[in-house]
Design a protein around this ligand. Structure first.
Ligand SMILES: O=c1ccn([C@@H]2O[C@H](COP(=O)(O)O)[C@@H](O)[C@H]2O)c(=O)[nH]1
Length: 224
């Protein structure tokens, strides 16, 4: 069985990205490239990483008017990422158009509430209700819009999965026991996230910032 771990390679340095991916390849199911990598290396950098032979999750978290998001996704067609993110709060029309614009083999997943936010952050943006309610509200919007799944924290994934049995659930904000959570506020362990219904786990710094990334990925894999 493929590992459910997608390693988040957050760096501007293409050589470093290649080196990390090559080292951890035996222990992960894919690589996640986000804004930091994409702004520095562009589509050509993504293609270079794809040649390493692991599925690519392109985490651009697109959020704009429907036409702009659809055109941006069409411009990414050649990359054929395995997974692509948009923000659920872009609304139903944007989500529908994002899915329609994506290559057939690409899963479009909608970010519900960033794992770096908590209830206080939510209230500060004027949203009533707690993270649990917010994630479930946006999960229902994503499901009704025809995208493939959502991004949420491991704290809400069980409830989201219960509400959407066939959905694809991406869980970042994952930390092994005793590993610093950094800027992440809604954190669970890799094992807990999987037990709660995560389809894949996104893990970055606990692997990429470790003295031995290969060993760190192997140790996490052994807990799953
Ligand atoms: O809600 C979200 C959505 C995306 N992310 C991304 O996942 C990784 C997490 O990295 P760590 O180093 O393991 O914290 C990062 O690329 C984020 O952009 C997220 O954390 N939360």
């Amino acid at each position: 069985m493929h590992s459910p771990i997608f390693v988040a390679i957050d760096t501007t340095d293409l050589d470093r990205a290649k080196a990390i991916a090559t080292r951890v390849k035996p222990h992960v199911g894919g690589i996640k490239l986000g804004l930091e990598f994409f702004c520095a290396n562009g589509p050509a950098g993504v293609q270079t990483m794809a040649h390493l032979g692991l599925p690519v999750f392109l985490d651009l978290k697109l959020h704009d008017i429907p036409n702009t998001v659809a055109k941006a996704i069409q411009a990414l067609h050649l990359l054929e990422p395995a997974i692509l993110t948009v923000h659920a709060s872009g609304g139903q029309a944007m989500l529908e158009d994002a899915k329609a614009a994506a290559p057939t083999g690409t899963k479009v997943v909608a970010v519900t509430m960033l794992t770096s936010l908590d209830g206080d952050d939510l209230r500060a943006t004027g949203v009533t209700g707690d993270p649990h309610e917010q994630v479930l509200r946006l999960t229902e919007l994503a499901r009704a819009s025809g995208v493939d799944g959502i991004v949420c924290s491991g704290k809400e994934v069980a409830a989201a999965h219960a509400a959407w049995k066939e959905g694809f659930f991406v869980v970042p904000g994952v930390r092994p026991e005793n590993v610093h959570s950094g800027d992440q506020k809604r954190v669970v362990t890799p094992r807990a996230a999987l037990d709660s219904g995560a389809s894949i786990l996104v893990i970055g710094r606990p692997i990429t910032q470790a003295d031995d990334p290969d060993g760190a990925a192997r140790a996490i894999e052994a807990t799953l």
